[in-house]
Write a protein that binds this ligand. Structure first.
Ligand SMILES: Cc1ncc(COP(=O)(O)O)c(C=O)c1O
Length: 472
């Protein structure tokens, strides 16, 4: 509680004032941090003070010392990795989420926030066009969403061959064959490791030029497999944004009674837009999906979701019910679908964002980002010497400069200049043997203004790098 006169309410008001001033000042700030981790540690680290300090002082000093070390991820000109912009309505709700301090394990204990989280699960399943009866859990992000999906798959696949993995573990269990694309995101390899299936003991299927799983190779591989099979597909390649050809791949998995999990961290949101959903045709036929809310929905960190067609394996894999805990009710208990028992009500910010945007607002945002990506790709590829390496099918653009090794060095030099300029902020990648500049359009506020700035800054940096090389 905040006791009158103890300074705690003042601290909260200061925190809000700092938050507002930070967010309102974003456009005027360079995007990269102005100090490195050593200087930040010098300012913020050190020994713990033996005596306490006034709450307001702590908040004010913390902000003053951390400020220069902040990366302006929430700026509409931030195009790095695949990162949402922490929507202001979600940030406001997040503050309440902390203030309420609800331990979101049981419906009977914290019904207010559980009702909101259940609504988020229902709405997101509906928006994404997945089966209405799906089980769902709100996790920290797609890495954990993939891990939980793989664990549910592990439960279901082994149960079919009369092996209770939850009770007996994997010691002596029938082997699960794992089929995965050569260019799957590293988070899926981590998920396989965490689930005890191993990241190397997999059948890797070659990728096509966009990083999608090749159907011919997959068909050949599947023909030779028997027993429990887990197929991991991808909706949204980290560099190209491409989607695996679900409509061709999933029916082949069905013939083998395989479990199909889809890593849809950002790309699954494209399925929400009726005009674009065809790009992911067949994705709703999978058995489980992971998606991030902190990416394309722009929820503040951290928020992701796992969904399973059949809820039973999800609960079997996750539920940690102890005798001292409340009885199972008719309503879903959040802790039955996620690895944690105690956790914050991480669905609350997403609830506020979804209510604020409504269905139309979410669809508009995703469609706008896809259209902006096409526009940016068109304008960037019109600049002589710049190549857009991918077919733009979602919000990702992979750009390289010049050719070969020299081109790689130039690409890196161009990116360094662009980042140093500080108005826009793409990041680095390596794809198809080339160093690339990755542009990801994911911020709720990004518009044609930031795209024009991106094209100008990147084009200027490229011309400068070329002219420097010529004068060497
Ligand atoms: C395709 C894909 N899968 C998984 C992840 C990991 O997601 P998270 O960082 O939310 O755990 C990412 C992150 O960019 C991603 O793009």
């Amino acid at each position: 509680m905040n006791a009158p006169g103890d300074g705690s309410s003042e601290a909260l008001l200061h925190a809000m004032a700092h938050a507002i001033s930070y967010r309102e000042g974003l456009l005027g700030r360079p995007i990269p941090p102005q100090i490195g981790v050593d200087e930040a540690t010098r300012r913020l680290g050190g020994a713990l003070n033996p005596r306490g300090r006034a709450a307001v002082d702590v908040i004010d000093t913390m902000v003053a010392e951390a400020d220069a070390g902040l990366l302006q991820i929430t700026s509409p000109g931030f195009f790095g990795y695949v990162i949402g912009g922490s929507h202001p309505v979600g940030v406001a709700a997040d503050l309440l989420c902390s203030a309420w301090g609800q331990n979101t394990a049981y419906a009977a204990t914290t019904p207010g926030v559980v009702a909101m989280e259940n609504a988020v699960c229902k709405w997101v399943i509906d928006l994404l066009g997945l089966p209405e009866a799906c089980g769902a859990g709100l996790v920290t992000g797609a890495t954990l969403g993939n891990t939980v999906g793989v664990m549910a798959a592990r439960d279901a696949l082994l149960r079919r061959v009369n092996w209770d993995v939850e009770a007996r573990g994997l010691f002596g269990a029938p082997e699960i064959q794992v089929v995965i694309g050569a260019e799957a995101h590293s988070a899926t390899a981590a998920a396989l490791r965490y689930a005890g299936l191993g990241s190397e003991r997999v059948h890797r299927i070659a990728a096509d030029a966009q990083g999608r799983m090749r159907v011919d190779e997959y068909r050949r591989m599947m023909a030779g497999l028997s027993g429990p099979i887990l197929v991991i597909l991808q909706a949204g390649h980290i560099n190209s944004g491409a989607f695996d050809p679900f409509a061709e791949l999933i029916p082949i998995a069905r013939e083998k009674s395989a479990w199909v999990h889809v890593d849809g961290a950002f790309g699954l949101w494209v399925h929400a837009v009726p005009e674009l959903a065809g790009r992911l045709a067949g994705v709703a036929d999978a058995d489980s999906w992971a998606v991030d809310l902190h990416k394309w929905l722009n929820a503040p960190y951290d928020a992701g979701m796992v969904m399973t067609r059949d809820r039973a394996p999800l609960v079997a894999a996750m539920s940690a019910h102890g005798d001292y805990l409340p009885e199972h009710g008719a309503i879903w208990d959040p802790s039955d679908s996620v690895p944690e028992l105690s956790r914050r009500a991480r669905g609350v910010p997403s609830y506020a964002i979804l209510r604020h945007l409504g269905r139309e607002g979410v669809l508009e945002m995703v469609a706008r980002h896809c259209a902006l990506a096409e526009q940016a790709a068109g304008e960037l590829s019109a600049i002589a010497g710049l190549t857009v390496m991918n077919d733009v099918v979602s919000n990702q653009i992979a750009i390289c400069c010049g050719d070969g090794e020299r081109g790689d060095a130039m690409t890196q030099a161009v990116l360094a200049r662009v980042q140093q300029d500080g108005r826009v902020y793409p990041t680095h990648g390596v794809w198809r043997g080339r160093h690339i500049i990755r542009v990801s359009i994911c911020n709720h506020a990004t518009s044609t203004v930031e795209i024009a700035e991106l094209v100008t800054v990147l084009g200027d940096a490229w011309r400068q790098v070329q002219s420097e090389i010529q004068t060497e």
